[in-house]
Design a protein around this ligand. Structure first.
Ligand code: ZN
Length: 183
């Protein structure tokens, strides 16, 4: 007798846009990226392994180790958009904001509509005190993903700093509503 079990390992995040795709698919139905091999084999599989290890290290607060794994993933698969984005976050969390910005830029160059990279860029500019730059990036991230609650939250605080309290309140309310919808 054999129990049916849902095998999550048949799926993996598309290296380019992050949507869940079957490891045996040769093209991503969302971003249209064509994969040269199955996503669990060869150098692509190796890159994805490094990417996953990077996430694990990052979640445990080991940013340096995370950066090493993301870099290895990028070396194997130079179009690994999500690895650029995540490495940017790891750089940012280690205080290397300039390197973080370069990685977000690179991710955006590869995937023009990657809302999360614009969001991260906005946060980086906010930390640097460049509020107008932050605002533009939160705007774009919301344009590409109107359900990203954290982007509204951050844009709200920027509006607040700029004295635009009405806009701030509107963004905070939107963020609260989105969070309530998903909880
Ligand atoms: Zn994709």
């Amino acid at each position: 007798m054999k129990l049916f079990s849902w095998n999550r390992s048949k799926f993996v995040d598309c290296p380019s846009c992050g949507i869940t795709v079957g490891k045996d698919s040769l093209i991503c139905r969302k971003c249209g990226m064509r994969f040269e091999t199955r996503l669990d084999s060869g150098y692509v599989g190796e890159a994805i392994d490094h990417y996953k290890k990077g996430i694990r290290e990052q979640k445990s607060g080991r940013h340096k180790e995370a950066i090493t794994h993301y870099t290895a993933a990028i070396e194997l698969l130079p179009i690994y958009t999500l690895a650029y984005n995540n490495r940017g976050v790891a750089y940012q969390e280690s205080g290397e904001i300039e390197n973080a910005l370069l990685d977000y830029e690179h991710a955006i160059k590869l995937q023009r509509k990657l809302a999360v990279a614009y969001y991260n860029k906005g946060v980086a500019y906010k930390v640097l005190g460049k509020l107008q730059h932050a605002l533009i990036n939160f705007d774009v991230s919301i344009r590409f993903n109107s359900t990203l609650a954290v982007a509204y939250d951050h844009r709200g605080t920027v509006y607040q700093s700029l004295g635009k309290h009405l806009y701030a309140t509107k963004d905070f309310n939107t963020a609260r509503r989105l969070k309530a919808d998903t909880s």
